[in-house]
Design a protein around this ligand. Structure first.
Ligand SMILES: [Zn+2]
Length: 246
């Protein structure tokens, strides 16, 4: 790790559960982030600033004006540019001591292993459940833990998924064909505070997992408009096609 670790991470090192040993673990970790839009750019920013040593960013989209309300890594000069490339460029100026790989690709079952196969942990920064179900199935098959995050309107959820141990996304949502009226950011919008709150809850779980391997697996739900929080244990579904083999 680079020479100025004590200056760069001064306040994080003072946090006893992390300390120098934890910081060194973060520096040796490789974390993949699927989507660097709203949730993803917040997750990536926290990971880079916290000193996670290797980041893999995957997003096939370009930055649009309508993204700037909530996608914290971008500004007007990024409009029309690749989100993954622009995010990596911005993050490298925030922390030049970490390695960042950026892929302007759409995730599918065929490229998952090449993009994320050597990651210690994956973070869900997408805005759609089709991508999340691909991530869920592939991560479980490869045995890679991942943190699910989702936001819509003023609420959102976060859940840590440990293959073979916890409920997975399919246990939580058995029906992969969501009805058209199912609330999404595309039909119900989203406000900026819930994006940063849910990304922060998921990023905190990621840091704790990478440092301590100990984590709370409950589903966290928060509504930023009504200030309602809940934490609910999710049981594994015995009929889940991904979990029943464990
Ligand atoms: Zn499952």
């Amino acid at each position: 790790m680079a020479e100025n670790i004590f200056e760069r991470y001064q306040k994080q090192l003072l946090f006893k559960p992390i300390g120098l040993k934890g910081q060194q673990k973060l520096g040796k970790s490789r974390v993949g982030i699927l989507g660097v839009g709203a949730l993803g750019s917040n997750l990536a920013s926290i990971c880079a600033r916290s000193g996670i040593g290797r980041l893999v960013l995957v997003d096939s989209d370009q930055v649009e004006l309508s993204n700037l309300q909530r996608q914290m890594l971008f500004d007007e000069s990024d409009i029309g540019c690749s989100k993954a490339i622009s995010a990596a460029d911005k993050l490298s100026r925030i922390n030049s001591e970490i390695s960042i790989e950026a892929f302007c690709e759409r995730l599918d079952a065929r490229n998952f292993r090449d993009l994320f196969g050597n990651c210690d942990l994956l973070l869900d920064g997408t805005d759609n459940f089709a991508s999340r179900f691909i991530m869920n199935q592939q991560a479980i098959e490869l045995g890679i833990p991942w943190v699910h995050s989702a936001v819509t309107a003023s609420s959102g959820q976060s859940m840590f998924i440990m293959p073979g141990k916890t409920a997975c996304l399919r246990c939580l949502i058995p029906d992969t064909d969501a009805p058209a009226e199912f609330p999404t950011v595309h039909n119900s919008g989203v406000i900026t505070p819930i994006v940063t709150i849910i990304a922060s809850i998921s990023a905190a779980a990621a840091l704790r997992f990478l440092v301590e391997k100990h984590i709370d697996y409950d589903l966290k739900y928060y509504d930023a408009w009504d200030h309602r929080f809940s934490s609910v244990a999710i049981n594994r579904d015995k009929s889940c096609p991904h979990c029943r083999s464990f």
